[in-house]
Design a protein around this ligand. Structure first.
Ligand code: F0G
Length: 481
């Protein structure tokens, strides 16, 4: 809830009590400098113990509720027929409306099974926008990805309320050009991650579904952040103001032929699932589950994780859970806008996204401005964010660099983990950085893996800009800050 203060400001207010905490430490800048250089300027390689505020991701890092922890204590550790699976199955049926469920160890495992079964070599998968793992699985299955987001989606300053929408004209043309039999499926991602957590509207989803249905193309929804998308529909789309989040989730689900999600993002600390009411599609995917994941009643998850997920799925339909994250993201984005820090607007789900192309307009895209900003942000604050730009892209088949449409530093807001003062601190250090942006230069690779290079690739500064940034920082904040 965003609560109004007497001086007119709004403050995100936690609708929970904090009962268990984990200690963190803000190391001095000299140590942070050493750690980020050792990590190849890649925030994925930093050790968690060296991070002060971990905004890398909301994946597996959300706080659990008391009810989730309680459920984990009564897990049924059976290999086959576990009671914990049936609880998960019934939560998916009640909240999402699907009868057929394939549990998997995490979201990308769902992407693997769906891609393996639905894609023939040479097929195209149409998406509102790709996610890193979803794209790689399509490519591994011999397919191609076509992204048909609306034009506003790539303009970080646009305040279009539904930047996750698909461009309907482009969709019709694409199907005409490829021929419907060459389109394996259409994938709509809820609160589209790489566009800055931007939702699709119900109206847009209905239009996409209609076209998919006429052309007999399955509609696959990646609903890793489905509750956030549903709440943003409630808050932004005409006609949905009075509907419950649960009703909106049901309405979205009634349009999906296949739904999948990463449980790490929203409902538990691990796991995921594929859910459908289409028996034919289910029967095509099911035989692969025991081959790649595990038996039908656990699919690579422990029974404790299934218990936590079952409760998490029921809790996510509560506006006070996913809604609180949206309020914190909104607060984060508003504060950045007030301080003239370029961020993706409007505020979406999961994170505040800083526009690195604008922030570091003097750094060429070939020197990875979003990666440089992520490294600089850690250096000056101990806040760990994630590069979501050209480093997160794959090279093309001739080994050429593919420039990302947008260069973002993602500062994730895991559910119920951070407070408003953590966010104020991050905004303050961004404010200092933007004042001193001329000191930040680019990065270059010295170790580059062939796939998903953003995870473990190592880079170094193109010159001694980090040393100079440290000197200026110490001048302003003191030796030990
Ligand atoms: N789909 C979306 C929209 C995601 O955001 C993610 C993961 C996945 C699929 C894959 O799920 O990690 O459980 O295998 N997103 C994480 C992130 C990694 O940091 O945004 P997974």
């Amino acid at each position: 809830m965003l609560i109004k203060l007497s001086d007119g400001r709004s403050l995100p207010i936690e609708l929970h009590r904090i009962k268990i905490v984990q200690k963190t430490e803000l190391q001095p800048i000299d140590l942070r400098f050493k750690k980020i250089i050792e990590a190849g300027c890649n925030t994925f390689i930093l050790k968690s113990r060296d991070v002060f505020i971990d905004m890398l991701t909301d994946s597996g890092t959300n706080a659990m509720s008391d009810n989730q922890l309680a459920a984990m204590m009564v897990a049924d550790d059976a290999y086959a027929g576990s009671e914990s699976f049936f609880k998960l199955q019934s939560a998916i049926k009640d909240v999402l409306g699907f009868k057929l469920v394939l549990p998997v160890h995490q979201g990308r495992a769902a992407e693997h099974l769906i891609s393996r079964v639905l894609i023939k070599p040479g097929d195209t998968v149409i998406m509102n926008y790709h996610f890193t793992t979803s794209k790689v699985h399509v490519l591994f299955a011999g397919g191609m990805v076509e992204e048909l987001c609306i034009d506003e989606a790539l303009n970080t300053e646009s305040i279009h309320p539904f930047k996750g929408n698909m461009d309907i004209e482009k969709l019709k043309n694409s199907i005409k050009n490829h021929g419907r039999e060459k389109i394996a499926f259409i994938r709509m991602e809820a609160t589209t991650n790489l566009l800055g957590g931007q939702p699709f509207s119900m109206d847009n989803l209905k239009k996409v579904k209609k076209i998919a249905e006429i052309n007999k193309i399955p509609l696959v929804i990646d609903g890793s952040l489905i509750a956030e998308n549903a709440i943003l529909i409630k808050r932004r789309e005409k006609g949905f103001e009075k509907k419950s989040v649960e009703t909106i989730i049901h309405e979205i689900m009634s349009l999906a032929d296949i739904f999948y999600f990463s449980g790490r993002k929203s409902s538990s600390s691990r796991g995921g699932a594929i859910a459908t009411n289409n028996k034919e599609l289910f029967d095509r995917m099911a035989p692969f589950l025991p081959v790649f994941e595990g038996f039908f009643t656990y699919g690579g998850m422990s029974s404790k994780e299934m218990e936590a997920m079952a409760v998490g799925i029921r809790e996510m339909a509560d506006d006070d859970v996913a809604g609180t994250v949206l309020d914190f993201v909104q607060f984060f984005v508003n504060r950045c806008v007030e301080e003239k820090i370029p961020v993706v607007t409007p505020a979406g789900g999961l994170a505040c996204h800083v526009d690195a192309k604008k922030f570091l307009s003097h750094v060429p895209q070939s020197e990875y401005p979003a990666g440089a900003l992520a490294a600089a942000m850690f250096l000056v604050s101990g806040v760990r964010g994630m590069e979501r730009g050209t480093i997160s892209m794959e090279r093309d088949k001739d080994g050429r660099e593919v420039m990302a449409d947008i260069e973002l530093l993602r500062l994730a807001v895991p559910r119920r983990v951070f407070t408003a003062s953590h966010i104020e601190f991050a905004v303050d250090r961004l404010k200092w950085l933007i004042k001193n942006r001329h000191l930040v230069h680019g990065l270059k690779f010295f170790e580059e893996p062939p796939v998903l290079r953003f995870f473990v690739g190592k880079l170094k500064p193109v010159d001694d800009w980090m040393e100079r940034l440290v000197i200026k920082f110490k001048k302003d904040f003191g030796e030990d800050a």
